[in-house]
Design a binder for this molecule. Structure first.
Ligand code: AMP
Ligand code: ZN
Ligand code: FE
Ligand code: FE
Length: 280
């Protein structure tokens, strides 16, 4: 079973790399990719541990791009994740996350909802490469009794249009495409049904987009079918994974969504066609 969309504690997943690999073994994964938000910090540990169980690990990441003030998640695979240029880019992404999380916390405080954001930032700093995000604030809101669940915290405070929402600043989807191709990776447009930016798909495909994430926990069968047709029409490949963040965190469960092997083979073929110009 192939799952190319998984998160760990390096970003907003609940599981450490070791705990995630244990779950992957239990679920029967044969190939997996950790795709933490704007960090590659878990890749080496997951690769080492998974290897002892005969599970293949594809180096991956979920990069946050911005289009007209809205977040666009872009998955990258087969990246040369130790590349210095890529790491500088990701370091800048994480700095923007820190600034944004502080601004969100200030807005919460202005609404009389106190969250100790400096304690969260200290926790993130304790492990180099950790990418903080709104789920960290959501969990703090739940702990403090200001929300009943992470989803509730997003619905009432942190989501788009809610009182503590702060628009993101960041690179365009086209910039991210170029950044990933430079380090030999391929790019898949993550969960388009969640992102709701389908108008980007054709221009991105023309610019070299490699795939669309068709198989995803938030994509019902009819939606999957629709994006599969779109991928075929645009001449791009298809990717997929659970987007598992830990039990109870979101709707995603490990083992419920997987990528068919022939689709994975097509991704590998796309990868072979990328020519790299590493910066280090
Ligand atoms: P950020 O990276 O700070 O933009 O936070 C976005 C992340 O929060 C997403 O990648 C999801 O993992 C999570 N998220 C977004 N909306 C929700 C929601 N309604 N319920 C639970 N988690 C969410
Ligand atoms: Zn996430
Ligand atoms: Fe995402
Ligand atoms: Fe994700």
């Amino acid at each position: 079973m192939i799952d190319l969309h998984l998160h760990t504690t390096a970003s907003d997943g609940r599981l450490t790399p070791a705990a995630l690999v244990d779950r992957a073994v239990a679920a029967g994964l044969t190939t997996m990719a950790v795709t933490d938000h704007d960090t590659t910090a878990s890749i080496d540990e997951v690769t080492q541990l998974a290897d002892t169980h005969g599970i293949r690990v594809v180096p991956g990441i979920e990069i946050t791009a911005v289009d007209e003030g809205r977040d666009v998640h872009m998955l990258a695979y087969f990246i040369e994740h130790h590349d210095a240029g890529l790491q500088a880019f990701l370091g800048a992404q994480r700095e923007l996350r820190i600034t944004r999380v502080r601004e969100v916390a200030a807005r919460l405080a202005a609404h009389g909802v106190a969250v100790d954001v400096e304690a969260l930032l200290a926790k993130a700093r304790a492990k180099p490469g950790t990418a903080i995000g709104r789920p960290w604030l959501a969990r703090a809101l739940v702990r403090a009794g200001h929300a009943v669940s992470v989803a509730d915290a997003f619905d009432r405070w942190l989501g788009q249009g809610q009182p503590a929402f702060v628009p993101r600043i960041g690179p365009s989807p086209f910039d991210v495409l170029g950044t990933v191709h430079r380090v030999g990776g391929i790019v898949s447009f993550a969960h388009p049904y969640v992102t709701k930016k389908d108008a980007l798909l054709a221009p991105l495909a023309a610019a070299g987009l490699d795939a669309i994430e068709v198989y995803h926990s938030d994509h019902p069968a009819d939606v999957r079918e629709r994006y599969h047709v779109m991928a075929d029409t645009l001449g791009v490949a298809v990717s997929g994974g659970s987007d598992f963040h830990g039990t109870g965190e979101t709707r995603a469960t490990l083992g419920a969504v997987w990528l068919p092997p022939h689709e994975f083979a097509a991704l590998e073929a796309r990868r072979a066609s990328i020519s790299t110009t590493p910066s280090a």
